[in-house]
Write a protein that binds this ligand. Sequence first.
Ligand SMILES: Cc1cc2nc3c(=O)[nH]c(=O)nc-3n(C[C@H](O)[C@H](O)[C@H](O)COP(=O)(O)OP(=O)(O)OC[C@H]3O[C@@H](n4cnc5c(N)ncnc54)[C@H](O)[C@@H]3O)c2cc1C
Length: 413
Amino acid sequence: MSDTSIAIVGAGIVGASAALALQQDGHRVTLLDREEPCAGASFGNAGVIVNGSCAPTAMPGIAIDALRMLAQPLSPLSVRPAYFPRFLPWLFRFLAESRRERVEQNARHLHALTNRALEGWRRLTGDTELSRLIEGGGWMKVYETVKSFAATKDDRALMDENGTPYEILTASDIQDLEPQLAPIFERGIYQSDSMKLTNPDRMVRGMVDLLLDRGGNYKTFDVRSIRLGDDRIELQGPRDTMSADKVVIAAGAWSRPLCKQLGDNVALDTERGYHLMLSTDSSVLLSRPVMNGDSSFVLSPMELGLRLTAQIEFAGLDAAPDYRRVRSLLPVARRMLPGIDKAETSVWMGCRPSLPDSLPVLGFASATNNVLYAFGHQHLGITLGPISGLIIADLVAGRDPGIDLAPYRPDRF
Ligand SMILES: Cc1cc2nc3c(=O)[nH]c(=O)nc-3n(C[C@H](O)[C@H](O)[C@H](O)COP(=O)(O)OP(=O)(O)OC[C@H]3O[C@@H](n4cnc5c(N)ncnc54)[C@H](O)[C@@H]3O)c2cc1C
């Protein structure tokens, strides 16, 4: 075992992955969270490991699409009026990222990571029981009209440019793959090599258990302040303090204030998302996650039921959830998949950590190589958690991570 003690702030998929990867290198690892493991966005997502995903959220034409969506009362995108002034700087940067040359660059840098997503999952969980929580079968997006499918041409062009494999499905291909879907979809996009977690919460908690079984530590600790000591990094919570040789900040959407204390002003905001759980009787109706491309929601069959995930809401970290929009999708979901139950079993809101260019922050703090950042995985944290954790371990070890990390620098905006 090495002499280096490393504290990781945040026990979501990214922090748990970094903890396991650093432990594999022999470091003394303590994973910290102010709550139980998997209390953030990693709990409630659609669980899709989208191999080779490359379309950033800021795509050409997003400004017009967004204005159209904001004008509809229950659209997939919303901004709370009270949050608008704080959201503006992020929005301007986001719109700047929708220029075609930026989109192409961002897609390349996203693909450089997502292309290694399955490798990441294999290296961290492949030889453990946890690999049973990962299922193949791909994932697909479906469209009711040839016209709405045609609107995906920019996404498909990026997949072509980056070599992401996919198939275009006709109405009968869609029925062959998912016979319980209503025969209302004319076209689909199928990524057969993508995978899914059957229970993201059980996966992250299982990773933490593995860390503990292998001699690591877990501590409930709300990190309020981070400071560079003489030779260690000092963390302070409301009641106690601790220190470590190195610290990894993997606090998802809550990472920004910690980075600020170290002099890094990171352009991180949150795209809040929602889910609605339906019964396990409903989850057997689908063999894989399916996205309704016209209404922008995903139906993901999971261990605990069918999960409907949706929405991008800009409202900051603290505003109360508004479940009306996600509930309004239930009739649309029943039209799509007529067999599903009417009754929801639970509803949830979580905070995706997002930068305007859809790329995470991976690398060293500007002030010191003893603090590392791993956050900002937006819609793809389940896909990218493990490979991000392995890259952090490479940086700590001084190994070549096999990827140019300049595009993921904290000070790129
Ligand atoms: C509706 C929805 C659907 C999604 N679907 C998918 C999908 O299908 N595929 C995919 O790849 N991704 C998906 N995502 C995105 C994915 O869930 C996130 O990118 C990912 O979970 C982020 O993980 P994280 O570890 O960075 O953050 P989190 O899971 O949010 O974890 C951060 C942790 O840090 C802790 N923390 C914060 N501040 C402190 C502090 N000061 N001190 C101590 N602890 C702290 C929090 O308690 C939390 O546990 C989806 C997200 C949503 C919302």
